[in-house]
Design a protein around this ligand. Structure first.
Ligand code: KG4
Ligand code: ZN
Length: 350
């Protein structure tokens, strides 16, 4: 089965062709980073307009890369939640138009399901060991951060074990980078600068660090960095690198320890990483080391499968299509995920 996937939930326009064994035949991602960079974050209205401009060329490029025409695909999968509604609508309407014109089935995909199943993608020259069900997956991106138990490749077989009470991990990377004047998006820059820094020269700690709970909090550490910048000054390049290193060590330490602890509590043998923050080299290293020390198998997808892409959407859609699921022309975009949410936002006992 060959599925055309379409992604437009945030600031990447993507189209991909993936088969139901996870083989990636084409994957095209047009990033909007340059559009939003001057504003220090994603501007929803500009995102929608740029998706409109990019969607057709991106779709054509994916079909050309795969060497197929629309006739050759068995179904169309499109991200329809969660995300910016105006951005999602561009992908949903394009998918409906193509499905109607070519007489193909259409399925909506929850973007988070895409991240949770991205470890099954097989790209030429880059694939990770496919996980076995059930597994525990850390999903850390710019908009969401949670630890899930995944029993099967279906949204109703996913249980949230704990999530952030406030900022997502990627959001914390982006905000800290902004405070340090490093531009947007912050994750990749902080990752690069941290490699040259000395974490022990700065005292930073992530709140809710106890591994007994899978709930997390990342807004406090951003506030700590803000205070450092205001009160002590972070002047030299070396100072900036040290703050990046300390921040990254604190955040990745909490993420890795809580994920491994959750996997041990659940009694699963496999641990998976997903979402843009899974591109972080320190997080990848910590997860690999910690999993090995506790006898767990770990699947860490190549970076192209961690950051937003349409291949993961096509694969998650292929799983729905394979079960005979179909959506109708009333498929609509919505800002919220369909996955169960247990963690209460905001305060409460920590
Ligand atoms: O999954 P993603 O591409 O988009 C969302 O669904 O949010 O994740 C984007 C997030 C951004 O916050 C970005 O700063 C972060 O992932 N990110 C990283 C790295 N690369 C991207 N964070 C830490 N280290 C990285 N190397
Ligand atoms: Zn994402």
């Amino acid at each position: 089965m060959l599925v055309l996937g379409i992604e437009s939930s945030c600031d990447e326009t993507g189209a991909a062709l993936v088969d139901d064994a996870g083989g990636v035949r084409a994957d095209v991602v047009q990033s909007q980073v340059d559009v939003h960079a001057p504003y220090g974050g994603v501007v929803p209205e500009l995102a929608s307009r740029d998706h409109l401009r990019n969607i057709e060329p991106v779709l054509r490029a994916a079909l050309a890369q795969g060497g197929v025409s629309l006739r050759d695909v068995d179904g169309i999968a499109v991200t329809h939640r969660p995300g910016l509604v105006g951005a999602l609508l561009v992908g949903v309407q394009a998918a409906k138009g193509l499905a109607w014109a070519a007489g193909k089935p259409i399925v909506g995909v929850d973007h988070l399901m895409g991240h949770l199943l991205a470890a099954f993608l097989r790209r030429e020259g880059a694939a990770c060991a496919a996980p076995r069900f059930p597994y525990v997956c850390l999903l850390a991106s710019g908009g969401h951060t949670a630890i899930y138990r995944v029993d099967a490749p279906a949204a109703d077989a996913v249980r949230e074990l704990g999530a952030t009470r406030d900022d997502a991990a990627g959001e914390a990377f982006d905000k800290v980078a902004k405070l340090l004047g490093l531009g947007y998006p912050g994750g990749p820059v902080v990752d690069r600068l941290a490699a040259a820094g000395d974490a022990s020269r700065v005292r930073l700690s992530a709140p809710m660090a106890s591994s007994e709970s899978a709930e997390m909090s990342f807004s406090g550490i951003k506030t700590q960095v803000g205070r450092l910048v205001r009160q002590e000054g972070v002047r030299t390049e070396a100072d900036v690198a040290d703050v990046c290193a300390a921040f990254q060590a604190a955040v990745t330490g909490v993420l890795a320890r809580k994920t491994i602890a959750a996997a041990l509590r659940e009694g699963v043998a496999d641990v998976v990483l997903g979402g843009g923050v899974a591109a972080n080299r320190e997080l990848r290293r910590r997860m690999t080391d910690l999993a090995a020390s506790r006898g767990l198998r770990v699947s860490i997808p190549p970076v192209a499968s961690c950051t937003d892409n349409a291949a993961m959407i096509a694969y998650a859609g292929a799983m729905r299509l394979a079960r005979g699921e179909r959506d109708g022309w009333d498929l609509s975009a919505t800002s919220r995920t369909a996955l169960e949410r247990r963690t209460r936002k905001g305060g409460g006992r920590r």
